[in-house]
Each structure stands twice: as C-alpha cells, then as structure tokens.
Design a protein around this ligand. Structure first.
Ligand SMILES: Cc1cc2nc3c(=O)[nH]c(=O)nc-3n(C[C@H](O)[C@H](O)[C@H](O)COP(=O)(O)OP(=O)(O)OC[C@H]3O[C@@H](n4cnc5c(N)ncnc54)[C@H](O)[C@@H]3O)c2cc1C
Length: 607
C-alpha cells in the first residue's frame, strides 16, 4: 500500500500516468480508493453463492473503510422458471429441496448478518437490471461479489460489470468459490485445461489460506430510497406445490455447514483412513461421506477453510490417505472439474464439445421417465432415484450406478438428459461437477473403460444384503424376502402375494434384462469408439446419425409393455452375495476377466 501510494505520487507529479499501462491502472485504483475514502465508501455486497461470512474476501473488502454496506441477494426468476419436462405441474427448474436449502441458507445468512448489526436485503428480479439500478439509487462506490465460472453467471456478470464500470463504480470480484483460480491453472498448464487428474495436480501448487470474517459489518443506510425489499419467501410463495413429500434431512446455512464440518473432521481416524471407493452407498442413516457438497455448492462453507482444516487433521497423524481417494483428493476432483469446465468449449453438451466422444445415444422419453421416476423395475436403481427426489442427495456410488444404468450400462439414453434430471433434483447440483461426472460416467470424456458396468442387481447387494436401503425408499417392497429384494420378479407368485407386492401390478417388471442390455450397450459403445477412431476423434454428425440408425436396426427396442419383454429368468434366483464378494454376472467380457470388486469408481482410477 505504501509502495502503491508512493508510485502514485511519483507518477502523478512526473506526468507519466498514461504512458505506463499497469501504472495507469494502479493510479486509477488508488485514485478511486482515495476518492471513496473522501466520499465515505458505500459498498454493495452482492451475494449469489458464497452465502457465508467466513472466508469471504468480497465481503471483507466491501466492509473495509465503508460507511455503509448493502448486503443484497436477488432472487432471479431464471432459476425458478417452469420446467416443461418436469413430471408434475408446478415443478420448477430447481427442485423443491434445492430451493428449500437456498431459502434456509438465506435465513441463516440474514441471522448471522443481524448478529453484526446488519441484515440481508432481498429483491426479486433479473440481476442484470436490479443491480445497476441499486448502484445508482444507493450511490454505491464499490460493487463486491464472488467470481463465478458458470456460463450463465459469466455473461450476467460481464454485463453488470460493464455497466458498473461505466458509472464509475469500482468492481471487486475475487475467486473464493474454488481453491484455485481456474484461469491461473489453465495458464500454468500452457493455455489449456488439464484433462487428467494427474496433469491437474502437477500444476496447482498450494491454495491460498482462508481470510478472516469481517470484525464489523457497517449497516446499510436507513434510507433505502424507495427500493422495495421483500421478506425471504416461503416455498409456496415461489409456487412450489405438492409439499407433502419427504424433504431432505440436510438443512441449509453457514451455521449448519460449520457444525457439519466440525462433526466430519472430529474423528481423526475416519478422516485419515478416508478412501472414497470404500464407502457404502446404501448407508443412508449415517452416510459414508461428509455430505458437505450442498454447503460447498451454495458457498455456505468455504472450500479453502475445509482444505485448511483437513491439513490440520493430517498434520497430527503419521499416516493418512492421499489423493485421489482421500478427502483432500475429493476437493481436488471438484477443482479438476471446475477447471475443465471453465476451459472447455460446450462442456455441458455432446455436440461441439471437443473432449466429448460422439456417441449415438437414444432420445427415448419412455426409458428416461422410467429411470427418472424410479420405475425401472430394478429396485436398487429405483430406490436411489427415489432418494434423489426425496432428499436431493445420494452417495457418490449411487450416482455412479444410476448414471451408468441410464447411459452406457443399460438404457443407452443421452447423458445430457440424465444430467438435467440431476440438475433439477440435487441440492448440490453444480454446473461443472455435474457435467464433468456425467461425461465421466457415460464414458464420453475422462474415462473410457466403457465395458466396466455396474450391475443393478449385485452391486448394492454387496453392501446391503438385507435390502434395508431399498425397503426404506421403496416401501412397496418392504415385505419382500431379502433373497428376492434386488430381483423381485424372480419371486414365486405365492411369495409376491404374501409380500403384498405383485410384480407387474404393484411394482414394475424390469424395463430391460440387464444381461442382454449391458451386452448391447457394450456393442454400441464399441462401434461408436471405432467410428471415432476412424474419424480421427471427430466424426461428422451424419456419420454418428448413420451409426445410430444402424444400431437401432441391429438392436430393436425391447419393452415389457410391448409384449416382447425379457422373459422372466428361468433359473433359480442366485444366492445372496456375501459382503465384499464379487458376482460372476458383473465380469466384463474379455480374456482376462476382472472381478466386480476390482471396479474402482472414478476417484480411485489411475490413468
Ligand atoms: C453423475 C454424477 C453427478 C454428480 N453431480 C454432482 C453435482 O452436481 N454436485 C456435486 O457437488 N457433486 C456431484 N457429483 C460428485 C459427487 O458424487 C458428490 O460431490 C458427492 O457425492 C457429495 O457428497 P459428499 O459431500 O459427502 O462428498 P465427500 O466424499 O465428502 O467429498 C467432499 C467434497 O468433495 C467434492 N467431491 C467429491 N466427489 C467429487 C467428484 N466426483 N467430483 C467433484 N467433486 C467431488 C464435493 O464438493 C464434496 O462435497 C456427481 C457425481 C456423479 C457420479
């Protein structure tokens, strides 16, 4: 600061201001801060994500030397617009659990601001018009908000920044939603995003430490110049109906995020032994992972604080797990996808995405809706999809299983359609991470071992042979004996009657026969990969369409309703698989067959 001031004075008096660009920038900044100080700085702190007081560099800066700070949140109708593909009228783009989480987070932010003598100012509308209007009405000198890499946020923020700068308002927009600035990482990697985890880890270095929460938050002025501030709405106010459903057990807000962080890191042994592929995806009462994702998504929790607290735990132990499987490794996966998403054109679609394999997926509404609504007839898949709808969260391996089932495992439906369903229903729905993982799971990018497929029958059985998870989320199967719980269509009719669940009446028959479907999917993937290779990685759209038609002719659609449904298996139901054992059905074809237990999910894979 002293150096900056001296430079300013020297250059001001020597008249060299404009010939030196960086200096000119410095001087303008210096001038504005001197000017602001003279005027008494009024800052607008625009909260979007980053719904917290701790480690919030934008808020800290807004408070520095300010007479008034206006903490604003704008409820943007863009996120609440009716979704034409939603299953029931009244459904919105963002599912009810995510909006509920957001409203709880806003209430908590307001309460925490009030403890500092301030409060949250909530407005409705399009931020691109609301924010510039507020800058004028409240005579704001400095606009502060956290940098956001999402495409929608990027264009919105660019427009607002331009308008603010035009009217002489200083804009401060630091990176604090991620550990690193993706722009820097891409630069360090030679101008392109690293596309493997290893390449990414090589260039990142150590993340910045979190900053302290502001000790004082100057309150907004009493006179809001006729700006209409609204109360934090209820779900009903926002048009969410059918609210008799089970809600997510994970409440939103910074206070809960910090409590959950403390709770997760209190058990040093658990933290040091954490290895993602080893978790039990069916442990729903006490999840095998931290469930901090929704708090990171909304920025109720700073990832830098999480990282710092993790390092503190590791430093007290001689031995601890390492990336990619450790908890630190999970945070780095998050960074990896943020960087890849930021640095890849059309990251959220297949066409025009240079890193995405062009695969002739099916655009089949029937298959998609059966999957989305938990009606595939495969209880493990259906239970996971019900958990997603009711709770807005599910374990990473459950996400793997259902994403694999929808795409390259069984149904061969477009990954983008599945991504949209996740995007609507997840409380932690996050543009970069969701797209990145769907690209991965569909073997469209990052991961290419498409022949390794999760079984909808035996995978969950390893963890939960009694089917407690299935019985909880699919109560229609609660009296089904455990030997049939993952394949209820194999239960004799007398057993079905006794369990009050007739398959095909009370619960659907499987929509596909996994043994046939996964073979077909592998064949389809094989042909798509071969086409891609032939075309030097970039087949033309006509070639992909042609392959699509050829594959559809080769594998006609088989549906239970169409009469050519998979025949009920003649064999006796297989014995329950012991915990940790592999299933022969899972083994991929090929000379050297691998056991299912060898299947390492995304995080564990070394490329
Ligand atoms: C198809 C699919 C879609 C997904 N969509 C999302 C999404 O929209 N939002 C989201 O946050 N996660 C998503 N994930 C990644 C992962 O499943 C969740 O982050 C994780 O299950 C959240 O639980 P947790 O907080 O207990 O994770 P932990 O295991 O406790 O990990 C801590 C944090 O690390 C990050 N993390 C963990 N796994 C991953 C991963 N594979 N990729 C990137 N970051 C990771 C998350 O921020 C997480 O909160 C998706 C995974 C799949 C397979």
């Amino acid at each position: 600061m002293v150096v900056e001031t001296r430079l300013f004075a020297q250059s001001f008096f020597s008249g060299k201001l404009l010939s030196n660009q960086p200096l000119a920038k410095l001087v303008r900044r210096q001038y504005r801060s001197v000017h602001c100080a003279m005027q008494q700085k009024k800052s607008l702190m625009w909260f979007r994500k980053g719904l917290r007081l701790h480690d919030n560099p934008a808020l800290l800066r807004a408070c520095q030397g300010a007479s008034h700070v206006y903490p604003v949140f704008v409820l943007d109708p863009w996120f609440l617009a009716p979704d034409p593909t939603a299953p029931s009228p009244g459904s919105k783009v963002a599912g009810v659990n995510r909006i509920r989480f957001l409203l709880q987070s806003l209430e908590n932010l307001d309460a925490n601001l009030r403890q500092h003598g301030s409060r949250l100012l909530l407005l409705h509308g399009n931020p691109a018009t609301v924010i510039p209007a507020l800058l004028t009405k409240w005579q704001i000198n400095e606009l502060c908000y956290e940098f956001d890499t999402e495409p929608y946020a990027q264009s919105r923020d660019a427009e607002i920044k331009k308008l603010a700068s035009k009217s002489g308002v200083e804009v401060f927009s630091p990176v604090s939603h991620t550990l690193f600035n993706p722009v820097d990482t891409i630069q360090k990697n030679g101008g392109t995003a690293p596309l493997t985890y290893q390449a990414f880890c090589k260039v990142i270095g150590t993340p910045p430490a979190p900053v302290a929460a502001p000790s004082q938050i100057p309150s907004p002025s009493e006179d809001l110049n006729n700006v209409e501030i609204v109360a934090i709405p209820t779900l009903e106010d926002l048009g969410y109906i059918n609210l008799d459903e089970e809600f997510s057990p994970h409440p939103g807000g910074e206070t809960e995020a910090l409590r959950r962080l403390d709770d997760s890191l209190a058990d040093q042994k658990w933290v040091c032994d954490f290895e993602k592929p080893k978790g039990d995806p069916t442990a729903f009462m006490k999840p095998a992972t931290t469930v901090l994702s929704p708090y990171l998504k909304f920025g109720c929790l700073s990832c830098r604080l999480f990282y710092q607290r993790l390092q503190a735990v590791y430093s007290q132990s001689k031995k601890y797990s390492k990336p990619p499987v450790s908890l630190e490794g999970q945070l780095l996966w998050r960074e990896f996808f943020y960087t890849a998403g930021y640095g890849t054109q059309n990251f959220d679609r297949m066409q025009g995405n240079p890193i995405c394999k062009q695969i002739p997926w099916k655009d089949d509404d029937g298959l998609l809706s059966a999957w989305r609504d938990g009606r595939t007839g495969h209880p493990w898949i259906d239970a996971a999809m019900v958990q997603l709808r009711k709770w807005g969260w599910m374990h990473h391996l459950a996400r793997h299983a259902v994403a694999c089932y929808l795409t390259r495992g069984d149904l061969f439906v477009y990954w983008e359609r599945g991504r949209d369903v996740f995007d609507r229903l997840l409380i932690d729905s996050d543009w970069a991470i969701n797209n990145g993982n769907w690209l991965w799971l569909s073997a469209s990018a990052f991961f290419h071992q498409y022949h390794r497929i999760y079984s909808p029958v035996t995978f969950a059985k390893k963890y939960d042979p009694d089917g407690r998870y299935v019985k909880h989320f699919l109560p229609v199967l609660k009296d089904m004996p455990k030997q049939y719980i993952y394949e209820p269509w194999t239960a004799p009719l007398a057993v079905q009657k006794k369990a009050n669940c007739i398959i095909g009446v009370d619960y659907p028959r499987p929509i596909v026969d996994h043994a046939i479907a996964n073979k077909e999917c592998r064949e389809r993937m094989g042909q798509a990969y071969a086409l891609s290779k032939e075309a030097g990685g970039h087949p033309k759209q006509e070639q992909v369409d042609e392959l699509h038609d050829r594959l559809e002719a080769q594998f006609p659609v088989v549906r239970p309703e169409s009469g050519n449904a998979p025949a009920p298996p003649k064999r006796a139901p297989r014995k329950a698989v012991k915990k940790g054992a592999s299933s022969p059905k899972e083994e991929p074809s090929g000379k050297r067959q691998r056991k299912l237990t060898d299947y390492k999910p995304a995080q564990a894979k070394k490329k």
